[in-house]
Design a protein around this ligand. Structure first.
Ligand SMILES: [Zn+2]
Ligand SMILES: [Zn+2]
Length: 944
C-alpha cells in the first residue's frame, strides 16, 4: 500500500508538467489522479516516510539544481535509486517526465525491483501508449515476470484506482497471453457493473482474451452483445475465431459482416483466405475474391498474396496465376507466393520461369525465394536439383539458413550422399544452426537414411531441447531398420522424460513393422493405440497398407483398406497411391477404376502422385489406353509420371512407343534418371531393339552421368540373349564391372531356353542353383529345356535335386475378375464351376485342334502316358481362368488373366489359338511380363 506513494507524487508533479494530463475534459485521467491523491493518501510525507526513503543520504547531490540524469549516473544500488526517485519527486525542476519515467522504470528493472517498475508503469501509462509498449520486453530481458506486473495492477485496481480503456486493454491482452481468464473475467464483470463505456479496443481485447483462454463461446457471446459493432470489432471477432481454428465460424461471421455495413480490413481478408486454404474451402475463397474485387481491395498486396496461396493450396494454380498476373504491383512476397505455390505443387519449370522473370523485373530473389525452390524440389524428388539450387543460391551471396539446410539434408539423405551430409553437419555446427531442432532432426533423418544409426543417435543426444519430433525421428529410424527392441527402449526413455508418445510415434512404429513384413505386429499396434486412448488416423492405416503392398501382400493391403473404411477413416491423397498399387499388383482393373472415380470426386487426381499411381495401376491391369489418358491429363508431368508410362509400354513390349515417349520426355526438358533407363532398356529388350538398347545403355554414362546398376546390366543381358546373341551376352557378363547376380544369370537362362542353348543354360543354372537354391522357377526352366532335348534322365535328376534341397515347385495360380469378384484357380483348390469349365475347355481344345493346335507334351515332366499328359496340360490354371472368362464375360470385352509364375509354352500356344478361335483379345500377365493375345498372335513375339 505504502509503496504507491512515490508515484502519487510523481503524478502530482506530472500534472503540473504535462499539458496533456492537465486537460480537464479527460475525466478518466482526472479520476485516476484523484484516486491517486485520494483520502487515504493525502499526506505525501507520511507515505514517503513509511517507505523509509531518507532524502539526503550518500553522495547524491542535494543542490537546488537537480539534474535527474546526471544524478542517475551515480546510482549504483536500488536504495540509491529509491532515494533519487523520492528526491526527484520533491525537488526536481527542468525535466521531461516521459523520458525520466522511462529511465526510472529501466533502472528499477535493472536492479530487479519489478514491483516498483510496474508501479511507475501503471501510474504513468496513459501519458504515452506507444512509449510504454516496450515495457514488457524490457521486463522480460531483466528476468521479470509478466504475472508480477498483473499483481501490481490487481493491487491498484483493488484500491479503486480507476484505469482508462488503454490500460484495461493492455491488461486484458496480458491476461490473454497468460491465459489468465480469472482476472479478465473480474475486470469484465466490473466493467458491466459500472456501466463502463467500452471503446473499440477494449471490446477487441475482451474477445481476444476469451479467445486466448479457449472460451470461444464466451468470446462470440461478448461480440454479439455489443450493440454497436465497429469495423474493428468485426475484424477482431473473425480473427479470434481464426486463431482458434474455428474456420467455419469465422467464415460465417465474415458472411454476416458483409450484410452489415462493416468493412473488412485487408488483414482480416488475408486471414480468412488463409482459413479457406486450410479448410480447402475453394467456394468460399472464390466468394471472398468477389468481395475483394467489389471493394477494390485488389491493390492490397497481402490480400492478393493470400488469394494466390488460397488458390494454390486448393490446387487451382491457374487461378492463382491469374491473380498474380492481374496485380499491378508485385512485391517480393507476391513473387515468393507464386514461386512457392509452383514449387509446392511440383510445377518446377514454372517456378524457374517465374524466377527468371522476377530477375528480369529487377527484383532479386531473397532467401525465402531460394528456400521455396529448395523445398519444392526436395518434396517432388528432384534431389539433384536441390544441390544445384544450393550452389546457385550460394553464388548469389546467400548463406543457407536452417530452412534451406532442412531441404538440402532431405535431398542428401535420399541421394545417399553421406560424405556431403557430413560436410553439411559441419556447416551446421560452424554456423550455430544446431540450436534449431528442425535442422537437428533433418540431420538425424539424413543419418538414418544413410544407415548410420549410431551417428543419428549421436545427433539426437546432442539436441538440447529434444522435442517429440526428434524422438519420433529416431524411433521411426530404428523401427524402419527392424530394430524394434531399440525402438521400444527409446519409446520408454521418451516417456521417462515426460514426453508421451503421440500418433506420429505410433505411426513410425507401425510403418517399421509393416515394411519389415510384420503386418500382424503392425496391426496389433493399431489396437494398442486405441487402448492408449487415441484413435489411429489415416496415416496409421496408410502405413499399414503401404507396408503390405511393398511386401507384395496386396490382398492384405486391400483388407486393411476395408478395415480402415469400416472404422470411418477417410482416405487421403497418400492412401490412394498405396491403394492403387495393391489394385495394380492384383490387376484388379475394376477396383482400380473405382479408385480412379474416387480420386476425381475428391480432387486427389490433381495430385501428381495419385495420377502417377493411376498410370501404374492401369498399366499393370492391362489397360494401357486408360493409362495414357491419365498421363495426358496430368498438367505438370513429373519424372515419375514419365517413368511410369515408359515402364507401362515397356512391359507390353511396345519398344518403338517406349523410344518415342522417351525422346518426347527429353524434348520437354526432363532429365532421365536410372529408373528411366531401366524402363527404356526393358522396352528395348521386350521388343528386340538391340541397337537402340546399346545406344541408350552407352548414353547413360556419356550423356547423363548415370552409372549403370546391376538392373541395367541385367536388361542388357536379357536384350542380347533374347535376340539370340547368346555369346555376346556371355561376353558382356564376363566384362561387366559388377558381380553378376541372380537376375543376370536368370536373364541368360531364360534366353538359353528360348534359343535352346543347353551349354550356356547349364552354366547359368549352376550359378542360379547356388545363388537362389529355393527358387523353383530356375529348376522348372531347366527341366523344360532338358525335356525339349528329350533328356528325361536329366529331368529326373533336377527333380531329385529339388526334393533333396527341399524346393517345392512354386504354387502356381491364376485369377480372373468377373463382376467385382476375383476367381482364383490353383492346383490345390477346386473352383465351384469346375465341371462347366472343363466341359467348355474340352470343346474348345477340339476346335483348336481343327486349326492346328498340338498340345506340347514336353511341358509335362511326369513319367505318364501321352493321354494323361494331355489331361494334365488342360489343368494348367491359366487355361482354366481364360475359359472361365469366356463363359462368364460379355463377348466384346477382353479377357484379363493374372498368373503368378511364368506361362508354360503350351499355355502360351493355347492362348494364341483361343484368341483366334473365339476372336477375343486376351491380356495375360505372367510372372515375367505381359502377353497380349490377339488374332492368333502374342505381343511378346514368343519371347518371354
Ligand atoms: Zn501351362
Ligand atoms: Zn506371349
Amino acid at each position: 500500500m505504502e509503496k504507491i506513494a512515490p508515484f502519487q507524487h510523481y503524478l502530482n508533479l506530472s500534472l503540473h508538467q504535462n499539458p496533456v494530463i492537465q486537460n480537464p475534459t479527460n475525466t478518466l485521467k482526472a479520476s485516476l489522479a484523484s484516486v491517486a491523491l485520494g483520502p487515504a493518501f493525502t499526506s505525501p510525507q507520511t507515505q514517503l516516510s513509511a517507505h523509509s526513503l531518507p532524502y539526503n543520504r550518500s553522495g547524491l547531490s542535494s543542490s537546488n539544481t537537480f539534474h535527474f540524469f546526471d544524478e542517475l549516473k551515480g546510482v549504483h544500488s536500488l536504495e540509491l535509486l529509491k532515494i533519487l526517485h523520492a528526491r526527484m519527486l520533491k525537488m526536481c525542476n527542468d525535466w521531461s517526465s516521459d523520458t525520466i519515467a522511462k529511465s526510472l522504470i529501466s533502472s528499477y528493472l535493472k536492479f530487479g525491483d519489478f514491483r516498483a517498475a510496474s508501479m511507475v508503469f501503471f501510474m504513468g501509462f496513459d501519458r504515452n501508449y506507444v512509449f510504454w509498449s516496450s515495457f514488457f520486453d524490457e521486463l522480460q530481458t531483466c528476468g521479470g515476470e509478466t504475472r508480477g506486473v498483473l499483481k501490481v495492477f490487481v493491487e491498484l485496481y483493488g484500491k479503486g484506482v480507476v484505469f482508462d480503456n488503454k490500460v484495461l486493454t493492455l491488461v486484458l491482452k496480458v491476461c490473454g497471453s497468460l491465459m489468465d481468464s480469472q482476472l479478465g473475467l473480474q475486470i469484465h464483470a466490473d466493467l458491466i457493473k459500472k456501466g463502463f463505456d467500452l471503446d473499440v479496443y477494449l471490446k477487441c481485447a475482451l474477445m481476444n482474451l476469451y479467445g486466448w483462454c479457449s472460451d470461444l463461446e464466451k468470446a462470440n457471446q461478448v461480440f454479439y452483445e455489443f450493440v454497436e459493432k465497429e469495423d474493428l470489432v468485426w475484424n477482431e471477432a473473425i480473427m479470434v475465431n481464426m486463431r482458434n481454428e474455428r474456420w467455419e465460424k469465422a467464415m460465417e461471421m465474415f458472411r454476416e459482416m458483409q450484410f452489415s455495413f462493416a468493412k473488412a480490413t485487408g488483414g482480416t481478408i488475408a486471414k480468412v483466405l488463409q482459413g479457406c486454404s486450410k479448410l480447402g474451402a475453394l467456394k468460399e475463397g472464390k466468394q471472398i475474391h468477389g468481395y475483394v474485387l467489389r471493394f477494390a481491395l485488389e491493390s492490397d498486396l497481402s490480400v492478393c498474396n493470400s488469394l494466390i496461396n488460397m488458390y494454390s493450396r486448393n490446387n487451382r494454380l491457374k487461378l492463382a496465376r491469374r491473380v498474380f498476373d492481374l496485380m499491378e504491383d508485385h512485391n517480393l512476397s507476391s513473387w515468393n507466393s507464386m514461386i512457392s505455390s509452383y514449387s509446392a505443387c511440383g510445377y518446377l519449370n514454372d517456378a524457374w520461369d517465374l524466377l527468371n522473370q522476377m530477375e528480369v523485373s529487377d527484383l532479386k530473389p531473397d532467401i525465402i525465394t531460394w528456400n521455396c525452390l529448395l523445398s519444392g524440389h526436395a518434396l517432388h524428388g528432384s534431389y539433384k536439383a536441390v544441390l544445384k539450387i544450393l550452389r546457385r543460391m550460394q553464388v548469389t551471396g546467400f548463406m543457407p539458413n536452417s530452412t534451406s539446410i532442412t531441404s538440402v539434408l532431405q535431398a542428401v539423405g535420399e541421394l545417399g550422399m553421406l560424405k556431403f551430409g557430413r560436410e553439411i553437419h559441419g556447416y551446421v555446427i560452424r554456423n550455430g544452426l544446431d540450436y534449431d531442432v528442425y535442422v537437428e532432426t533433418s540431420l538425424l533423418d539424413m543419418y538414418v537414411k544413410n544407415d548410420c544409426l549410431g551417428k543419428a543417435h549421436a545427433v539426437f543426444d546432442n539436441i538440447n531441447n529434444r522435442n517429440i519430433v526428434a524422438w519420433n525421428s529416431l524411433i521411426s529410424g530404428y523401427a524402419f531398420k527392424g530394430l524394434f527392441e531399440d525402438a521400444r527402449k527409446l519409446m520408454n526413455g521418451m516417456e521417462e522424460e515426460g514426453i508421451m508418445p503421440d500418433l506420429v510415434t505410433w505411426n513410425g512404429l507401425i510403418s517399421g513393422f509393416s515394411i519389415q513384413g510384420y503386418s500382424k505386429e503392425a496391426l496389433a499396434l493399431i489396437h494398442q493405440i486405441k487402448k492408449s486412448g487415441m484413435t489411429p488416423n489415416v496415416v496409421s492405416w496408410t502405413a499399414l497398407m503401404s507396408g503390405s503392398s511393398q511386401n507384395e501382400n496386396y490382398r492384405e493391403s486391400l483388407e486393411f483398406f476395408i478395415q480402415m473404411q469400416q472404422e470411418g477413416i477417410r482416405p487421403n491423397s497418400a492412401t490412394i497411391p498405396t491403394l492403387l498399387r495393391a489394385c495394380g499388383g492384383l490387376s484388379l482393373l475394376q477396383q482400380g477404376k473405382e479408385v480412379h472415380c474416387l480420386s476425381i470426386k475428391n480432387g486427389f487426381i490433381e495430385d501428381v502422385f495419385v495420377a502417377t499411381a493411376l498410370i501404374d495401376m492401369y498399366c499393370k491391369s492391362g489397360n494401357l489406353k486408360a493409362a495414357y489418358e491419365v498421363f495426358k491429363k496430368i498438367e505438370n508431368k513429373t519424372l515419375a509420371s514419365w517413368n511410369c508410362l515408359i515402364m507401362g509400354f515397356a512391359i507390353y513390349g511396345l519398344g518403338k512407343e517406349v523410344v518415342f515417349i522417351f525422346e518426347k520426355m527429353l524434348e520437354v526438358g526432363i532429365l532421365p534418371d536410372a529408373i528411366t533407363f531401366t524402363a527404356v532398356l526393358s522396352g528395348c529388350k521386350n521388343a528386340g531393339l538391340v541397337e537402340q538398347g546399346w545406344k541408350y545403355f552407352d548414353s547413360m554414362r556419356s550423356d547423363y552421368c548415370i552409372t549403370p546398376t546391376i538392373e541395367h546390366y541385367s536388361c542388357m543381358v536379357d536384350l542380347l540373349g533374347r535376340a539370340g546373341y547368346l555369346d555376346e551376352a556371355w561376353d558382356f557378363i564376363q566384362s561387366m564391372p559388377l558381380k553378376p547376380d541372380a537376375t543376370i544369370w536368370g536373364a541368360l537362362l531364360g534366353s538359353c531356353r528360348m534359343h535352346k542353348n543347353l551349354r550356356l543354360a547349364e552354366i547359368a543354372a549352376k550359378r542360379l542353383f547356388e545363388l537362389e537354391p529355393y527358387n523353383s522357377a530356375n529348376y522348372v526352366l531347366m527341366m523344360n529345356l532338358y525335356a525339349m532335348f528329350d533328356r528325361w534322365k536329366d529331368v529326373e535328376r533336377i527333380k531329385e535335386l529339388m526334393s533333396n534341397i527341399g524346393v517345392k515347385s512354386g504354387e502356381a495360380w491364376s485369377w480372373i475378375q468377373i463382376d467385382q469378384k476375383v476367381h482364383l484357380f490353383s492346383a490345390e483348390e477346386n473352383h465351384p464351376d469346375e465341371g462347366e469349365i472343363y466341359f467348355e475347355l474340352y470343346h474348345l481344345v477340339s476346335e483348336m485342334k481343327k486349326i492346328g493346335y498340338k498340345p506340347d507334351l514336353k511341358c509335362v515332366y511326369q513319367n505318364i502316358d501321352d493321354s494323361e499328359k494331355e489331361k494334365l496340360l488342360l489343368s494348367h490354371t491359366e487355361k482354366l481362368a481364360i475359359t472361365y472368362g469366356l463363359i462368364k464375360s460379355r463377348s466384346d470385352v477382353p479377357i484379363r488373366v493374372i498368373k503368378n509364375t511364368r506361362m508354360c509354352p503350351d499355355c502360351h500356344t493355347a492362348a494364341k489359338y483361343i484368341s483366334s478361335v473365339k476372336n477375343r483379345e486376351i491380356f495375360l500377365r505372367d510372372g515375367s511380363r505381359f502377353h497380349h493375345f490377339s488374332k492368333g498372335k502374342c505381343s511378346c513375339n514368343d519371347c518371354w
